[in-house]
Ligand binder design. Structure first.
Ligand code: ADP
Ligand code: MG
Length: 253
């Protein structure tokens, strides 16, 4: 099995607050990993360290075999230029809780922006691919709508299509359904379930235990900046060995 993501000894503090206390993680190509944990445990910071939106104080992250944010010159690590960092980051598709769509662009405009600006695709090719992806997330019929005309679930499905348009190696989801009305959660999880079935490598921070149980290959529980439990969903969710994990799960299950 080949590794999509490998994190070794990732530490991050904000001032005196140590948010990540040395995290190690390996995610294989095609794997779906769900990260659970209480609010404030460092889940978002960890995702941001994986895609180098935050620079770890210690430790490194490899994506597809390359160290995020750095390149080797001889045997010396040098920071990537912004342009090269952006190119590297585009291997990671990011979906946020609050969609972050461009409000002044149509649905189609949102999905073609990255491929045209970052990857240099021509408009016709970008639009053709965008329409396929919008079809895949059930949003092709809204291609010329603006985000303000969409429900939260529809916005999130467009955000997923937009991330996929960059053809990332790995998709990172940060609580993609937490801002949605309950009746809209299912349509977004359905799109994610289909992606997982199609073999997309995914790291999903979520409170949707049912989704984790059903879709994840492995589940990680983070508490206070540490990985306290990691394993198959059945084992972690039904029979965790760590007492703090048991307490956390008893509150959310
Ligand atoms: P989670 O996603 O698990 O809720 P976060 O990673 O968002 O946790 O945050 C972990 C801790 O780090 C929290 O105490 C949060 O307030 C703090 N934190 C996150 N980002 C910053 C930042 N940019 N500056 C200062 N503190 C931060
Ligand atoms: Mg968070």
């Amino acid at each position: 099995m080949s590794l999509a993501v490998k994190a070794v000894g990732v530490r991050k503090s904000f001032g005196r607050l140590e948010v990540l206390k040395g995290l190690d993680l390996e995610v294989e190509n095609g794997e779906v990993l769900c990260i659970l944990g209480p609010s404030g445990s460092g889940k978002s910071t960890f995702l941001r360290c994986i895609n180098h939106l935050e620079v770890p104080d210690n430790g490194y992250v490899w994506v597809d075999g390359a160290i995020m944010g750095y390149e080797l010159h001889g045997n010396v690590l040098q920071e990537l230029s912004i342009r090269h960092l952006r190119a590297q980051q585009s291997q990671l598709g990011m979906v946020f809780q609050h969609f972050n769509l461009f409000a002044h662009r149509t649905v189609l405009g949102n999905v073609i922006e990255g491929p045209m600006v970052v990857r240099g695709l021509r408009r016709a090719a970008a639009e053709a691919r965008a329409m396929e992806l919008l079809e895949q997330v059930g949003m092709a019929g809204k291609a010329s709508s603006y985000p303000s005309q969409l429900s939260g679930g529809q916005k999130q499905r467009v955000a997923i299509a937009r991330a996929l348009a960059m053809e990332p190696r790995v998709m990172l989801f940060d609580e993609p359904t937490s801002a949605l009305d309950p009746e809209l959660v299912g349509e977004v999880l359905e799109v994610m379930r289909n992606l997982a079935r199609g073999g997309t490598t995914m790291i999903v921070v979520t409170h949707e235990i049912g989704f984790a149980r059903e879709v994840a290959d492995r589940v990680v529980v983070m508490i206070d900046g540490e990985i306290r439990e990691m394993g198959a969903p059945g084992q972690v969710l039904s029979n965790p060995s760590d007492s703090r994990v048991r307490t956390f799960l008893s509150r959310v299950l």
